[in-house]
Design a protein around this ligand. Structure first.
Ligand code: THU
Length: 130
């Protein structure tokens, strides 16, 4: 199964009764394995989680902490970019050159690197002693 298929499948299980906006995400771990996640909303709105966060959690739960590819899909007119928080979450586990494919259920796709999505990301090296 490829990333698009995994993200498409999991998107169908998204729990989004409040926004009605279902999102699916899939990441490829360094091992080559694919991990998928969907958005899970909550009646206390800020408690909802994004699809990307779910995919990352599945990857870490499986024992991997590096990702090499990201795919996000939603039913929107233009490819939906990860939110700011998810960009930071993805940067925790992926290098700046990791490609993030943003897709629509209609077939549009846009690819950007993590660096392009989050220029100047706060990374562990910033906490080195000065
Ligand atoms: N959402 C994601 O899951 N990922 C994104 O990249 C953008 C937004 C979700 C959060 C919320 O459940 C819904 O989309 C509307 O913001």
């Amino acid at each position: 199964m490829d990333l698009r298929q995994a993200a498409t499948d999991v998107r169908n299980r998204a729990y989004a009764p409040y926004s009605g906006f279902q999102v699916g995400a899939a990441v490829r771990g360094a091992s080559g394995a694919i991990y998928a996640g969907c958005n899970v909303e909550n009646v206390a709105y800020p408690e909802g989680t994004c699809a990307e966060a779910g995919a990352i959690a599945a990857m870490v739960a499986a024992g991997e902490t590096r990702l090499t590819e990201v795919f996000v899909i939603a039913g929107s007119p233009t490819p939906v970019p990860p939110c700011g928080g998810c960009r930071q979450k993805l940067a925790e586990f992926g290098a700046g050159d990791v490609p993030v494919t943003m897709a629509t259920t209609g077939g549009a796709e846009q690819v950007m690197t993590l660096d392009a999505l989050l220029p100047g990301a706060f990374r562990a090296g910033h906490m080195d002693a000065g």
